[in-house]
Design a protein around this ligand. Sequence first.
Ligand code: ADP
Ligand code: ZN
Length: 298
Amino acid sequence: MSENLAGLELGGTKTVVVMGMPETIRYRMEFPTTGPEETLDRAVAVIREWQSREPVAALGVASFGPIRVSPQAADFGVMLDVPKPGWTGAPVIPRLSAALGLPLALDTDVNAAALAEQRLGAAQGCEVAVYLNLGTGVGGGIVAAGRSLRGMLHPELGHVRLRRASGDDFAGVCPFHGDCAEGLLSGPALAARFGRHPAGVAPDEPAWHPVAQDLAELLAQIILALSPQRIVIGGGVSARQPQLLPLALARIPAILGGYLRDCTPDALARLVVPPALGDDAGPAGALLLARRAMVAPG
Ligand code: ADP
Ligand code: ZN
């Protein structure tokens, strides 16, 4: 039997620690993400407790960001300028590595979710797959040829700028860009646009139309830039507003202007889908990273 792997999904709101294999999560523990020391120490304590019972071969970390994911960088695993108070400069990987001494691999939470959906979920068999998260923030992970994309930093799909529907003058909420994708489509962006929690806006209200337009614009940019065979859309906003996806998909052909004739309505419905792994995408992705750590740490 193969050894156990440990996975840590470090989210802006909650942290999930798991042990097992990517295909079978055996133990799972969740707690709110507070300050970096407290959160990481808690994760270490959970993993040590499991280790006292069974050997753990490696740790995979799927983290919110921006975080330095290049193993060659001097500041590998250190948080960059993150909006979450107290986390900028937090030495996530140095601290975990010093405490646990395990082979370790790091990626963004959305890259890990993309890996999991591509290996085990809704994007199986796809050479190029995107995982797009619409939640407290907006982020995208990309897998190509079986590997997640980590380049100069890591993809930041949440901060691309979108062409807006004429007459839509909502300023957006991104502190850096105003009306980038995250500034328009995150949960807090919707609350600001509507002037109330989005849960209180009925699915058939016209207020959703400009939101659908923005999502369609984001999806069209992803399709043009990356040519994915699948885009998996997760996160609390998409899960709780299922009407949004069909509204957005219906607008994509017009945005593409007759270009990319393969993007028929039927093809788009197969291309852009909800996650198959649900809440397990991030944790399973972290365990896939742990498996990667055994071959090539970093
Ligand atoms: P996180 O991104 O923090 O991991 P989620 O993916 O669950 O968490 O997304 C949380 C976001 O979903 C919050 O910003 C919240 O406002 C938004 N949200 C919660 N309920 C609804 C709803 N019914 N409709 C639209 N958005 C919602
Ligand atoms: Zn932005």
